[in-house]
Design a protein around this ligand. Sequence first.
Ligand SMILES: [Mg+2]
Length: 410
Amino acid sequence: MVERSAVKILVLDDESFMLKLLNRILSNLGYSSVILCDSGRAALEKIADVDAVPNVILLDLNMPEMDGIEFVRHLVDRHYPGSLILVSGEDERILQTTVKLVRAHKIPILGYLHKPVKPDALSELLESWAPSAAGAAGMAKKVYAADELRAAIEGGQLVNYYQPKVAVATGEVVGVETLARWRHPADGIVFPDQFIGVAEAAGLIDDLTKAVFAGAMAQAKAWQEMQLPLRVAVNVSMDNLASLDFLNFVAELAAKEGIAPQNVVLEVTETKLMQDTRAPLEILTRLRLKRFRLSIDDFGTGHSSLAQLRDIPFDELKIDQGFVHRAGTDETLRAIYDASLSLARQLNMEVVAEGVQDREDWDLLRRTGCDLAQGAFLSGPMLPEDVPGWMKLWRERVRTELFLTEDVRK
Ligand SMILES: [Mg+2]
């Protein structure tokens, strides 16, 4: 339990009346270490002093000159290690969007408050602040050196996990997505967000993708021999598609392992804007001509865009998880989910909903006729040896509960 007087708070609001009011509320609650600022610029000057860096900033979103969102960007540039509480008179949707924006910048956010601020609500949010949590979240994730990653790839420290994709209409398990993990000798299991960036920057992405692909094809062959004909998907970065070498590698390896191209899915993401798209377009079109399946991954985010749909003959569209979970109850998410589904239909693509987390999400997919589901409601990524056992349990769930109508369950 932290002494309230020890928590350093900065209040940023352009209205002096609000500053006084919040200061009084905070002081009544026992928070005495409070700095008041009436502009983003003044607040940034305070934060520049290492000893005065606040633990929590109460941030008004609507301010002249520098608004709250611009202020957050400055906080990111300065590696602000504390937490945020948003305060605004704006409607719920703008607040929610801003919360997402701030979280995307990895700044911990304790919550948001509507004006007029209620002391109870403010007290509750401040109570949720804890130095340990803030410290852990504020601590940068470990960055691995390119040499260490190169040695890991060569030394076989990358292992493939597999996450199932299921047909929504029948419950049939149609395939899996391959997800790379780094089994680090000292740090344990390391996730892709901690090494894909390094791989791309250091020119190791080809070696990495090839290692993952080779493992996936060997596994597909093993499943095929066990009478489990699973379509296996591998994530491919646009960076992989700069040279014809990759095309030959994929085609030759699949042929060598005896995997039909129809059972190989390449999930394509674009992490940065491509300078020259001619080579990737040619390679993707030729892979498609060889009957490999092409999937546009995380549709609706980043550069996974309409222009790509126009230019590349995709077979499958994966609706990003951010538009799937809770789309049954959130109107904005639902509109984006519906539009993505209908777009895929009109372009004759199969649709995969990512991020299916609960029964409500699953029922939405059934009601709307989405083709495939992927997400924690089915299963997270698992080791290949666990797949057959999981399939057995899944079939049991399909038989006993997953196709009951919603009325029967109630
Ligand atoms: Mg993917």
